[in-house]
Design a protein around this ligand. Structure first.
Ligand code: GSH
Length: 251
C-alpha cells in the first residue's frame, strides 16, 4: 500500500517531510488536511494523529506523527536514500539528533510566534499582538545567533559540515521560510544581521531545487497576493475580507 502523508503545505514541518520525499523519489500520496478548515480536528484525523497536528504518515498499518521522527523513519525504511540525509555513522547521526532536539524548543517558536501574532492573526480570529511578536523576534534572533556561532561557525555549507544537506537542514530551513509571509522589509530586518544563515538557506535551496521552490510555492503565492492587494490599495491587508479568504484557503 502506498505511503500516505497527511499535510497542509502551509505547515513548516509538513513541507520538510514532503521535500524529503520528493528529493528521494519516494512514492507517496499527499492527503491534504486543511488546517484553515479545521480538518485536523476531526475524529477521523485524530485516529491518524491523536495530537491533531500536521504532518503525519501512514505506511501500511504503521502510523507516525512528529516530523523529526517521520524524517528518520523515512530515511531508514525506504531504499535508495543517500547516506548524507541521515548518516549511518553513529556520531554523525547523533549530531543530527542534537540539532533536531534543539530545533523544537528553540528555533521553531520564533517564526511561529511572529507570524501568528502579526500577519496571520486576523485570519486566525485573534487580535494583532505586537508584544508577543516582539518576544518572538527576540527568540528568533537568539536562535539565529546560536546557529551561526555553533553549526555555521566554520563557514560550512550545511549545519553538520560537509557538502551535502541532512534532514536537519530541511527541518530548520522550512521553519525559517515561514518568515516569507511577513512584509519584505520585516523579513529582511530579521534576517539581515545573519549573513551565514542567509547563505545556508541559499545553499539548502540550491541543493534541493526544484523541489524546494515547489513546496514553498504556496507561501510565495500568499505573499504575492498580499503585495498585489496593497498595490491596488485594497483596504483589507491581512485582516480584511479578501486576504482572509486567501489565507483561509491556504493555511
Ligand atoms: N512538533 C510537531 C509540530 C507540528 C505542528 O505544530 N503542526 C502545526 C502546523 S505547522 C499544526 O498542526 N497546527 C494545528 C494545531 O496545532 O491546531 C512536528 O514537528 O511535527
Amino acid at each position: 500500500m502506498k505511503l500516505k502523508v497527511y499535510a497542509d503545505r502551509m505547515s513548516q514541518p509538513a513541507r520538510a517531510v514532503i521535500l524529503f520525499l520528493k528529493l528521494n523519489g519516494i512514492n507517496y500520496e499527499e492527503v491534504r488536511v486543511d488546517i484553515a478548515k479545521h480538518q485536523h480536528l476531526t475524529p477521523e484525523y485524530a485516529e491518524i494523529n491523536p495530537m491533531k497536528q500536521l504532518p503525519a504518515i501512514v505506511d501500511g498499518r504503521f502510523k507516525l506523527f512528529e516530523s523529526h521522527a517521520i524524517l528518520i523513519y523515512l530515511a531508514c525504511s525506504f531504499p535508495g536514500v543517500a547516506d548524507h540525509w541521515y548518516p549511518a555513522d553513529v556520531f554523525k547521526r547523533s549530531k543530527i539528533h542534537s540539532v533536531l532536539d534543539w530545533h523544537h524548543s528553540n528555533l521553531r517558536p520564533g517564526p511561529v510566534t511572529i507570524v501568528r501574532n502579526t500577519v496571520l492573526a486576523p485570519a486566525l480570529g485573534r487580535p494583532f499582538n505586537p508584544e508577543a511578536a516582539a518576544e518572538g523576534e527576540k527568540f528568533l534572533s537568539a536562535s539565529l545567533s546560536k546557529i551561526e556561532s555553533i553549526w555555521l561557525k566554520d563557514n560550512g555549507r550545511f549545519l553538520l559540515g560537509g557538502n551535502q544537506p541532512s534532514i536537519a537542514d530541511l527541518s530548520l530551513v522550512c521553519d525559517i521560510m515561514q518568515l516569507e509571509l511577513l512584509d519584505e522589509s520585516d523579513r529582511d530586518r530579521l534576517l539581515d544581521p545573519y549573513k551565514k544563515v542567509q547563505q545556508w538557506i541559499e545553499n539548502t535551496r540550491n541543493a534541493t531545487n526544484p523541489h524546494f521552490d515547489e513546496v514553498h510555492k504556496i507561501l510565495m503565492k500568499a505573499k504575492e497576493k498580499r503585495h498585489n492587494q496593497r498595490l491596488n490599495g485594497a483596504n483589507n491587508g491581512w485582516g480584511g475580507p479578501e486576504m482572509k479568504k486567501t489565507l483561509l484557503s491556504k493555511i
